[in-house]
Design a protein around this ligand. Structure first.
Ligand code: SF4
Ligand code: SF4
Length: 363
């Protein structure tokens, strides 16, 4: 009996492609290029002295004002695959005109966004953001009123920013566009915790669609500084996330947000556990089938202005720099031994040492 009589053409085709798939599966494949990128576009900031909790209070920023074009060129081959791009670091992106053309280099459906202090936002910049299709603009305010704003951000610009954001809403309305969507964010500390619900109210008033909340970071140094008559003590501002005060303020804010159709976004599991107890965020918050798991090493990359390549900003310790773009191309770094070993650990349910301080992974 001939081979063809036993297997129809359709069956042969199916079996061949299944065999090919199995063979290919046995050959370790290179991971695809990342879909999400964070670029520290600038380290310069127009708020001086820095906001009370800013790392510029204890780390000296490099003197370069904007990411060198040479590094952007090295990253360009990644851009066509990018679905989400974040264009800020510890600095103010709106200080740099070079920011605008960079926004427009990602695919039209990519969600490009950045965080700003909002002080420099004017009609010209708003038109540039619209022209280059920024998806959302996230403004750091940290307070619902001028008094708390001044204590935390050490300047008098609360009302200036509020006007700028109202101008953004007005220009969008005038041009009939929805983007950039406005987000406002608050770093929660003991000083502003009681204002979260008012912050949601403020979002409604100025046309913001999303309120982002995060906790003041646990950092390796502690310091105290004066902001006018306010004495900021870093350690004293860390919130007790098990306290009823934390819970009650967040629950009140969430109830109001639901009522006003404002979305609350957070990547902190301590916050999400209160406002969305049953929902998991994108990344390795809980163990997956009893094992530690996080997708970031396959799809996320963070590039600092000095060329250092990280997987994500939550990594800590000596092992978090995967390579530097000044001495290498991106492909080589993305497939080097260091990053491959992190992926292997994660695929085996082991938390790599660089991830041990991760605030978004619930131990
Ligand atoms: S706006 Fe950002 S970078 Fe500037 S001082 Fe404040 S926290 Fe730091
Ligand atoms: S530090 Fe956290 S978010 Fe980053 S790769 Fe590790 S587990 Fe994922």
């Amino acid at each position: 009996m001939s081979f063809r009589k036993i297997f129809s053409a359709e069956v042969i085709k199916r079996k061949t492609s299944s065999l090919l798939r199995r063979l290919r599966g046995g050959i370790p494949r290179l991971p695809p290029m990342p879909e999400e990128i964070e670029i520290e576009t600038t380290t310069a900031c127009n708020i001086n002295p820095p906001c009370v909790m800013c790392s510029r209070n204890w780390v000296t920023a490099p003197p370069v004002a904007f990411m060198p074009q040479e590094l952007i060129e090295k990253l360009k081959p990644l851009f066509p695959r990018i679905k989400s791009a974040s264009l800020h670091g510890i600095g103010e992106p709106l200080m740099q005109e070079k920011l605008f053309p960079l926004i427009g280099q990602f695919p039209p459906d990519a969600k490009v966004h950045f965080t700003s202090n909002g002080i420099l936002l004017d009609r010209t910049k708003i038109l540039e953001l619209i022209k280059h299709r920024l998806a959302h603009l996230n403004i750091s305010l940290d307070a619902a009123n001028p008094l708390t704003y001044k204590k935390i951000r050490r300047n008098d610009c609360f009302l200036v920013i509020k006007n700028n954001l109202q101008l953004l809403s007005a220009v969008k309305k005038e041009l009939g566009v929805n983007d950039p969507q406005l987000w406002i964010n608050m770093t929660l500390m003991n000083e502003n915790l009681a204002e979260v619900a008012d912050f949601v109210r403020l979002a409604k008033e100025i046309g913001a669609a999303v309120v982002e909340l995060h906790l003041i970071n646990r950092i390796p140094v502690q310091y105290r500084i004066a902001s006018g008559s306010f004495h900021f003590d870093y350690a004293a501002q860390l919130i007790d996330v098990k306290s009823s005060r934390f819970r009650e303020n967040l629950i009140a804010a969430k109830a109001l947000a639901d009522q006003l159709s404002i979305h609350i976004y957070s990547s902190s599991y301590e916050i999400l556990n209160v406002i969305r107890p049953k929902t998991q965020p994108d990344y390795g918050r809980k163990k997956h089938r009893g094992k530690y798991f996080c997708l970031k090493p396959w799809r996320h990359v963070l590039v600092y202005l000095n060329g250092d390549v990280w997987i994500c900003c939550h990594m800590r310790g000596e092992n978090c720099v995967m390579g530097n773009l000044h001495g290498s191309d991106f492909n080589t770094i993305w497939n080097n031994d260091k990053i491959t070993s992190i992926r292997k650990d994660i695929a085996n349910g082991i938390m790599p040492s660089a991830c041990c301080g991760c605030p978004v992974f619930e131990k």
